[in-house]
Design a protein around this ligand. Structure first.
Ligand code: ATP
Ligand code: MG
Length: 138
């Protein structure tokens, strides 16, 4: 799985109608879509997904936000996928994100930052398995 990563287009970016443009940036950058779905997290699911941040002061806000509307979830394939995708999305805070990155172009704020990208191969696998069964990957 070292050539795969997992992403979500987050609720505010979907609501603003940016999903198509973000998917275009992703595929134009050489990532192949292996699995894709339009779905919505319950508060409980959002809490489980971001459980690593449970002790952080923004956890409650993060869970509310991620459950606030539908998202797109996807598994992506490319050599060096995790690292290259983190480069494509840019820094967590769009004010720090480089030109040409997804967050620079579409994020509203550090909290509402348009797009998620896995931070390790191990988490890419865990996160992909959270959303997709084997028969949903091609
Ligand atoms: P993601 O995991 O969504 O790809 P990231 O790895 O860049 O983002 P994390 O540190 O894992 O950043 O934080 C997870 C998410 O929590 C961020 O993407 C953002 O939505 C939210 N977040 C992070 N820091 C803050 C903060 N200081 N205030 C509010 N929300 C925050
Ligand atoms: Mg993260």
């Amino acid at each position: 799985m070292t050539n795969r990563t997992f992403t979500m287009i987050k609720p505010e970016a979907v609501a603003a109608g940016h999903a198509g443009k973000i998917i275009d940036m992703i595929t134009s950058s050489g990532f192949k879509v292996i699995a894709l779905k339009y779905t919505r997290l319950s508060r409980e699911e959002a809490g489980t997904f971001y459980e690593v941040h449970k002790e952080r002061p923004f956890y409650g806000e993060l869970v509310e936000y991620m459950a606030s509307g539908p998202i797109y979830a996807a598994i992506l394939e490319k050599s060096n996928a995790v690292e290259d995708f983190r480069k494509l999305i840019g820094a967590t805070d769009p004010a720090q994100a480089e030109e040409g990155t997804i967050r620079k172009r579409f994020a509203e704020s550090k909290a509402k930052n348009a797009c998620h990208g896995s931070d390790s191969n191990e988490n890419a696998e865990i996160e992909g398995n959270f959303f997709f069964s084997g028969r949903e990957r091609f």
